[in-house]
Design a binder for this molecule. Structure first.
Ligand code: ADP
Ligand code: MG
Length: 509
């Protein structure tokens, strides 16, 4: 069967093509080089969250499918690990090119199952995915060890050795990018992978894995789907899985570390955030306003761990900045994610929408709190069929409230005026999380002060961008452990060091 043509601009036609793909991929896994039916006959429906329509289904894998996929990855490992880095590099470059050729149809399918808009999110995410594969393809020969000077005619060096089968578990919010972030460094260094998708968004990643098989030896990259306890846990606990790389919630990240602890296997975890975005009175206010909107990840409905969900604006510019942000909110076009004109899509699920509504209701019930804008679903019959929610700003919520402390993972931010720099830094750091943090200022000394004092893994001044290939990315505290996307993190987290000493004082050597 032919896949959908790549270049169509009409939303209805895009949806039709993506549904054809969704139907073909339904109920499959990718194991040992092939798209095959899962062993488990149970499946779960995949919803288009923008319409409520069921567009396909995916296997509810359990321990048997995990074992099947891990066995395939285990048998592929020795020859993939032994392959010269430059050859692995060539294969990963081919992966990047093949994915690039299919980027538009992958993006459309991702929009269909996640509600993320093609124009503002999934198309760019597909480009980032290709870029990450290409970046790590270039790193495949860079897993270098070191030499250490020793006296007495001894030579010490280290080799970096691939770990074996890597278990990867990803969430639903940016599945294309997260797939590349896991596979790129793992495969470049000679590991093989079994990845489990999130139950809300399994299909676009399945298409990615199908394409990967065209360039990679069978068993190098395997894919299963299913729920956390049923599929994620046995994958994490499987004795042949020698490393776990996870992106998701902090609670599940902690559980995964527990599972891996029993077999002493390393875990990297990219977890939640509740990120401060601080506006100084001397900032370029136009840039800061744009940065507040971009920082809230409004074009991803706020469903990003780096979202700037706690906004602190200096009292001298508070009303002015807030007014401008509100007027920017008014310009965001919400609608069908596959429509080129749409900027803001739908939340992922009814569950996520209910979570957002719960926190907004909590804010409404808080004395002194005020919904500045939003705080409800759009008043439109078509949009009400999906899980849409208006961009929302809330002021007057005390810092101790769960609204300010918990990661809501929706288009909701709290705004707080501040006057004293020390106090605002203290408040910014008063969080269980430590992922992203941003300051807007022209005062270099203040910026350096902020950089020194802020507790966050990903700190930016005068911009609020997302991570990309080459940028070392990750958090502290409940936001995670380990780093992604940099060459150093590739070597550190996907290989182990073997220390070797050769004693060449040996007589006769
Ligand atoms: P959210 O529910 O906000 O999407 P989760 O952290 O629950 O975030 O999910 C992220 C990923 O982790 C998903 O692929 C999910 O299936 C998986 N997962 C959830 N619970 C577990 C678990 N106990 N063990 C392994 N994986 C899990
Ligand atoms: Mg969950």
């Amino acid at each position: 069967m032919m896949d959908a043509p790549a270049c169509v601009t009409d939303a209805a036609e895009r949806a039709r093509n993506a549904k054809v793909l969704a139907e073909r991929l339904s109920d499959h896994v990718v194991v040992a080089g092939k798209l095959v039916r899962a062993i488990s006959r149970a499946s779960f429906p995949v919803e288009n969250p923008a319409s409520g329509e069921i567009i396909g289904s995916a296997p509810r894998c359990g321990a048997e499918d995990v074992a099947h996929a891990v066995a395939a990855a285990s048998s592929a490992f020795p020859s993939w690990a032994a392959m010269p880095g430059r050859q692995r590099s060539a294969k990963l470059l081919e992966v990047a090119s093949r994915l690039e050729a299919e980027a538009e149809s992958i993006a459309c399918l991702s929009s269909l199952e996640t509600g993320n808009a093609i124009a503002t999110q999934t198309r760019g995410e597909a480009r980032t995915m290709v870029d990450i594969f290409r970046f790590f393809a270039g790193m495949a020969n860079e897993a270098k060890g070191k030499t250490v000077p020793l006296t007495d005619r001894r030579f010490l060096f280290t080799k970096r050795v691939p770990l074996g089968v890597v278990g990867a578990i990803i969430p639903w919010n940016a599945p294309l990018m997260q797939t590349a972030s896991k596979l790129g460094p793992a495969l470049a260094t000679g590991n093989t992978v079994v990845l489990k998708t999130a139950e809300q968004a399994p299909l676009a990643v399945m298409r990615i894995f199908e394409i990967l098989q065209e360039a990679l030896p069978p068993g190098v990259a395997n894919l299963i789907s299913g729920f956390g306890e049923e599929a994620g846990r046995p994958l994490t606990e499987h004795p042949a899985v020698r490393k776990v790389t996870f992106t998701g919630s902090s609670a599940v990240g902690a559980q995964i570390m527990h599972y891996a602890a029993d077999k002493i296997v390393p875990v990297t975890a990219e977890l939640g955030g509740k990120n401060p975005n601080i506006i100084m009175p001397d900032a370029d206010l136009d840039l800061a306003v744009a940065g507040i909107v971009q920082g809230m990840r409004l074009f991803r409905q706020g469903q990003s761990c780096t979202a700037g969900a706690r906004i602190f604006i200096h009292t001298a510019v508070y009303r002015e900045v807030l007014g401008q942000v509100v007027s920017e909110f008014g310009k965001g076009r919400m609608g069908n994610p596959l429509d080129e004109a749409t900027q803001i899509g739908s939340l992922i699920s009814a569950e996520q929408l209910a979570r957002v509504e719960r926190y907004v209701a909590m804010a409404r019930g808080t004395p002194g709190a005020r919904i500045v804008i939003g705080g409800e679903r759009p008043n439109d019959a078509v949009l009400r069929q999906g899980h849409f929610y208006l961009p929302t700003l809330i002021e007057g919520v005390p810092a101790s409230s769960p609204v300010c402390r918990d990661e809501i993972f929706g288009p909701v931010a709290t705004v707080t005026p501040w006057a004293d720099f020390d106090s605002v830094i203290k408040e910014a750091n008063d969080s269980r999380y430590g992922l992203a943090a941003v300051l807007w200022t022209r005062d270099l000394a203040r910026a350096m002060d902020f950089i020194d004092r802020i507790e966050a893994g990903f700190v930016q001044v005068n911009q609020f961008s997302v991570a990309e290939a080459g940028i070392e990315y990750g958090g502290v505290k409940l936001s995670g452990i380990g780093r992604e996307l940099s060459p150093e993190s590739m070597v550190e987290h996907f290989t182990w060091p073997k220390t070797v000493i050769i004693n060449y004082a040996t007589p006769g050597l």
